[in-house]
Unconditional design. Structure first.
Lengths: 211, 292
């Protein structure tokens, strides 16, 4: 009789464990794909390939991963006015952070724009920003939310966002990008889609040309 | 608060902004935060390239006209005005920040990679030593005012270098300068009041691959002469549009405006043939029962 009671419990526990593992397979696959793309970009950068060409291929690869991990029609639905407004306000907030830090004396007061022609730089920057958001706040966010809930989705995508920048920029960007990742996750929750974070991300990146 | 999606959104927005703001105010990453836009990270060009590393770093030179008694804006990199790659050494001096002899009509600015004359007492020099000089038309040296924001920006060979100290050779000794990280790409900014030899100094022992470094097979390229009276401003890389708003800013504003208009139009205009999310082309209702 005892065995008869224990066996179902064990099987339930095993089934539950299998279910948890299955639910996290999709986020793990997205993260592994993202890591592979980051590693490839870093290798290409170290090899001395043209930065703009590397950036373009990087953006296309990110888009491919994002589309492959596309969880459903809601991910690519039409943007709403609220999302666009939130994205623009979010971009302004991110620019405001940089300006505030500079006015407070944390920055050097001068900066040089990236050493590249503006048009291709801007185009590739927008592609990369949108592709990152398609993956992080689109596919990965939805997958993690299904597996672990909203808080887990914000935490995992923010951590991934911070860590993916380490190879190119170093460990000192982690606190800043972690905060920005959480903020973009908030935009994702507030707007209901990845378009808002993508707009904010692109605006903040483009502003670096002038700031 | 976390029970509702809206609460989680508000909490994330507030928390994220607070962390980002605190990080921007305290972390050694001045300037605008980069969230992985395209930052050209070019391979470092060594004056004495280690095996497998490129050499022949360029030099920069500019002749700048002086109008009146106040010094003009001075900006120059080792790559000249139309750089398509990332500079390794840059100089920026705001107007009025130079101490010039009377009668100065022009300034000659040079940035040249040179062999280090003496090693640092601690640590090692990361990358090239750059000799940055400003002289008048008669060859007299020019200095900067102590209170100015005259700055030198040097790039470290390793793009992941988090911190470094800019040093200046003063009376045969490498003297540390007030150094700050300058954005991404391992660039570091030092405030200067005089000119001469500058380098980045890192603590510890030099990496082993530097031990076998030697002079480049061919000499460094000749200085890039900029045949303009005024050195290019930082924003000139995108193409300045003369006085007023640079044309690149206008074009960028138009492009960004078009994108925003497109997004707004996409959100506002009614879609033709739009289907409801649940409309998959067939009915979700079960088929009606039929009597047999």
């Amino acid at each position: 009789m005892i065995e008869g009671h224990v066996a179902p419990r064990e099987s339930e526990a095993a089934a539950s464990l299998v279910g948890v593992i299955r639910s996290w397979l999709a986020p793990a696959a997205v993260l592994l794909s993202l890591a592979a793309v980051i590693w490839a970009r870093w290798s290409a950068t170290l090899a001395g390939l043209d930065a703009l060409e590397v950036g373009l291929v990087f953006g296309i690869a990110l888009l491919a991963v994002g589309m492959a991990a596309w969880p459903g029609p809601r991910t690519l639905r039409r943007p709403t006015l609220a999302e666009i407004g939130l994205g623009m306000a979010g971009g302004a907030a991110l620019i405001g952070i940089a300006l505030s830090a500079r006015l407070a004396g944390a920055g050097p007061g001068i900066s040089f724009p990236p050493a590249a022609p503006f048009a291709p730089w801007a185009a590739i920057t927008v592609v990369v920003a949108a592709a990152e958001e398609l993956i992080l706040r689109g596919a990965l966010f939805a997958a993690v939310e299904r597996a672990g809930g909203v808080i887990a989705a914000v935490a995992v995508t923010s951590l991934a966002f911070a860590l993916m920048h380490v190879p190119l920029y170093g460990w000192h960007v982690v606190p800043l990008d972690l905060g920005v990742g959480i903020f973009l996750g908030g935009l994702r929750l507030a707007g209901g889609g990845w378009i808002g974070p993508a707009i904010a991300h692109a605006i903040a990146d483009l502003a670096t040309w002038w700031l | 608060v976390l029970r509702s999606r809206r609460g989680a959104a508000v909490l994330s927005l507030v928390t994220g902004l607070a962390i980002a703001f605190a990080a921007a105010m305290t972390a050694p990453l001045p300037g605008p935060p980069l969230y992985d836009g395209v930052v050209p990270t070019e391979p470092y060009l060594w004056l004495d390239p280690p095996p497998g590393h490129p050499g022949n770093p360029p030099s920069g030179k500019a002749t700048i006209a002086v109008k009146g008694t106040s010094s003009p804006l001075v900006t120059l990199s080792d790559l000249g005005p139309n750089a398509t790659t990332e500079p390794q050494a840059q100089l920026l001096i705001p107007p009025g920040a130079l101490v010039m002899p009377s009668g100065t009509t022009s300034l000659t600015v040079t940035i040249t990679p040179v062999e280090p004359s003496v090693p640092p007492t601690t640590g090692y020099i990361a990358g090239n030593v750059y000799r940055i000089l400003i002289t008048t038309q008669t060859g007299a040296p020019v200095t900067a005012t102590n209170s100015s924001d005259s700055t030198v920006v040097l790039r470290a060979p390793d793009p992941t270098t988090p911190t470094a100290t800019m040093v200046q050779l003063v009376n045969g000794t490498w003297t540390p300068l007030n150094t700050q990280p300058e954005g991404a790409g391992a660039q570091f900014l030092g405030t200067v009041s005089s000119f001469g030899d500058f380098a980045l100094q890192l603590p510890g022992e030099a990496p082993s691959f530097l031990a076998s470094a030697g002079p480049a097979e061919t000499p460094p390229t000749s200085p890039t002469v900029i045949p303009t009276e005024v050195a290019p401003s930082p924003s000139a890389q995108g193409g300045a549009g003369g006085p007023g708003i640079p044309s690149i800013t206008i074009y960028a504003g138009i492009a960004i405006g078009l994108v925003v208009l497109g997004l707004l139009a996409s959100a506002l205009l009614p879609a033709r043939g739009r289907r409801r999310p649940t409309d998959r082309g067939w009915s979700n209702k079960p088929p009606p029962r039929t009597r047999r």
